[in-house]
Design a protein around this ligand. Structure first.
Ligand code: ZN
Length: 319
């Protein structure tokens, strides 16, 4: 497990490096290509979860070439391209959105993941801007729920100076992921997209609630859902109850076509690939069968929808 994690972390490091401003990866086309649809779809980011108000907050976009180093590891570019073509998407690259979720429940202001902060260059790290546009003050956030400790989820916890962005919020993190983050050296932090793990740990330590898998974190409002494989303590969150509830799936899936239609294909970011593949298949089957509403932080903005089974495959149906 440990060796697997390190090996995959190394793979992550390589791919994340390709997204950093220092690299010579084609950044400009990536930004231009993905910014337009996000902008045009920005208005409908608000929705309801039962009596709670929810808002999808755009943090930015990431893009990867179709070279089997990130998506479809062990497959060929042609195999990935065939899936993309069938969905009417370009075949040379794959785009991901980053969109943390805000939920107002009574006197609580809940934030699910925090975006990339300064970890991923100019195409991401815009959560603060989105909060301002929504009229939400960072100091009003009472609880933050981290799905896992990769840089595009914890980066927004601190600003460029290493200070807490949400000074009044309890930061809920799965215990195994908190231990993982605490154990990261500066070098290994970079491999999971966390620029300065030591400073991050120092800043958030007084705020952290390290919870056990499946913990009832805000009774009746937020329950952790154990979804294993992506990181040691990766967690989803069930928000609300009954038919209106939303399952926040974190990085159970990354791409709204490839991850959904080919759940057994490996993505380089999964620390324990076989377990992550199993988790993807289970979440897809259970959610499609029950009609569970889903929030997918990396799917096209605003990330809300359901999975449906069509023939032998599942598809993402945006709400
Ligand atoms: Zn992610």
């Amino acid at each position: 497990m440990k060796i697997t994690s390190l090996a995959l972390a190394a793979a992550i490091g390589l791919t994340l490096a390709a997204c950093s401003p220092k690299s010579e990866a084609p950044k400009e086309p990536a930004a231009a290509e993905t910014a337009a649809p996000a902008e045009t779809a920005k208005a409908p980011g608000a929705f309801s979860i039962g009596e709670y108000q929810a808002l999808s907050l755009l943090d930015g976009t990431l893009e990867f070439p179709n070279d089997n180093k990130v998506v479809g590891v062990g497959k060929t570019a042609e195999e990935v391209a065939a899936v993309l073509t069938a969905a009417g998407l370009p075949t040379d690259k794959l785009g991901l959105t980053i969109e943390p979720l805000l939920v107002k429940a009574g006197d609580k202001v809940l934030l699910f993941d925090t975006g990339a902060g300064t970890n991923f260059g100019p195409t991401a790290g815009k959560l603060g801007q989105s909060l301002t546009e929504a009229g939400v003050e960072a100091a009003s956030v009472t609880d933050i729920f981290i799905s896992h400790v990769h840089g595009d989820h914890v980066g927004g916890l601190v600003n460029a100076d290493g200070a807490l962005v949400f000074p009044n919020a309890t930061v809920h993190i799965g215990a195994a992921d908190w231990a993982f983050l605490q154990g990261l050296s500066a070098e290994n932090g970079a491999k999971v997209g966390v620029g300065n793990p030591v400073a991050l740990v120092t800043a958030v330590t007084p705020k952290v609630d390290a919870f056990k898998p499946g913990a009832d974190l805000v009774p009746g409002v937020v329950q952790a859902v154990d979804i294993k494989g992506h990181t040691p303590g990766h967690s989803g969150y069930l928000i609300g109850a009954g038919a209106d509830s939303v399952l926040y799936i974190g990085d159970t899936m990354h791409h709204y076509v490839v991850s959904v239609q080919k759940p057994d294909w490996t993505i380089a970011f999964d620390h324990d690939a076989p377990t992550a593949q199993k988790s993807r298949a289970e979440v897809l089957a259970q959610s499609a069968a029950s009609g569970q509403r889903i929030y997918a932080v990396h799917f096209p903005y605003p990330g809300l929808g359901k999975f449906e089974k069509r023939g032998e495959e599942f598809v993402w149906v945006a709400e």
